[in-house]
Design a protein around this ligand. Structure first.
Ligand SMILES: Cc1cc2nc3c(=O)[nH]c(=O)nc-3n(C[C@H](O)[C@H](O)[C@H](O)COP(=O)(O)OP(=O)(O)OC[C@H]3O[C@@H](n4cnc5c(N)ncnc54)[C@H](O)[C@@H]3O)c2cc1C
Ligand code: FES
Length: 253
């Protein structure tokens, strides 16, 4: 069940120039959270901004903490980035459906700031794990060593070739002929579309976590709808409530 907690910031670290790694103490949310779910963070500066959705990167239920990794792109995330240990932040969660990490050969595919929710997913997976991460430049690379520490084989692609494969994650997967039983993915919509096509061609099941822009974040408006196949037609689903994770074969891109 979703809860609002007044969480204490445990730590705030810089991962890159514009990406922050924030751990917050919210024991109720931490005890309920699943890999791939997200929380809504309230920018508490008196300007009444809407809450901002941020994926749960890691869950430490024992200590009542969750870890959030976010890029500073606008007013809300800039406000969050100024918090430090001991500050308080209002948080609603856990939100959405999340992944259900299982057994078998898993391929985790992340693009840019879509990488963080895959870390907890990777930690919970039981079988063989291959991780494919895509970034614009080597200075944007995040969390790579943490996936390796979880026993995953990690491939990196950068748009400009400054680290690893030059190109995008799907081109890298084609070049390395990467396959598995289930793909868990999160990143830009265009990446997820081409990844779903790749999975379909090779008969691999593919879960995609969509990061649509949101308004209410709790299913009360239609700010985040996407088209999902339904029989011979399609229906609207809400990313904040029915997602963010969908079967890639069912999304109408
Ligand atoms: C389910 C979900 C999980 C997310 N998880 C993360 C995460 O783990 N880490 C992270 O850094 N970000 C994540 N995001 C995106 C994050 O919510 C936005 O970057 C944030 O709300 C921007 O708020 P702001 O006030 O800083 O920027 P705003 O001033 O609201 O916007 C600044 C710029 O960012 C763009 N933007 C805003 N929201 C989104 C969005 N949802 N998708 C793409 N572009 C957007 C705007 O178009 C604008 O160009 C997630 C989004 C969703 C829906
Ligand atoms: S953001 Fe309002 S329904 Fe999803």
């Amino acid at each position: 069940m979703k809860t609002v907690e007044n969480a204490a910031v445990v730590s705030m670290l810089n991962l890159t120039d514009d990406v922050r790694d924030m751990t917050i103490h919210c024991p109720v949310i931490a005890s309920e959270a699943k890999a791939g779910q997200f929380v809504e963070l309230y920018p508490d500066n008196g300007v009444n901004l809407l809450a901002r959705p941020i994926s749960i990167c890691a869950i430490d239920a024992e200590n009542g903490n969750i870890r959030l990794v976010f890029r500073i792109v606008g007013k809300g995330t800039e406000i969050f980035s100024r918090l430090s240990a001991g500050d308080k932040i209002r948080v609603l969660g856990p939100c959405g459906n999340g992944f259900s990490p299982g057994e078998g050969r898993a391929v985790l595919v992340g693009g840019g700031i879509g990488v963080p929710p895959l870390l907890e997913t990777c930690r919970q997976l039981k079988g063989e794990k291959t991780v494919v991460l895509g970034f614009r430049d080597k200075s944007d690379v995040i969390l790579c060593d943490e996936f390796e520490a979880l026993g995953a084989k990690v491939y990196i692609a950068t748009d400009n070739g400054s680290l690893g494969f030059k190109g995008n994650v799907v081109e890298l997967m084609k070049s390395e002929n990467i396959t598995g039983d289930m793909i868990y993915s999160c990143g830009p919509k265009i990446m997820l579309k081409f990844l779903s096509d790749y999975a379909k061609e090779r008969g691999i099941a593919c879960l995609v976590s969509l990061e649509e822009r949101m308004a209410c974040g709790i299913g009360a408006c239609v700010g985040c709808v996407v088209k999902i196949k339904d029989g011979d037609g399609w229906t609207h689903k809400k990313v904040c409530k029915d997602g963010p994770v969908f079967d890639g074969r069912e999304v109408i891109w």
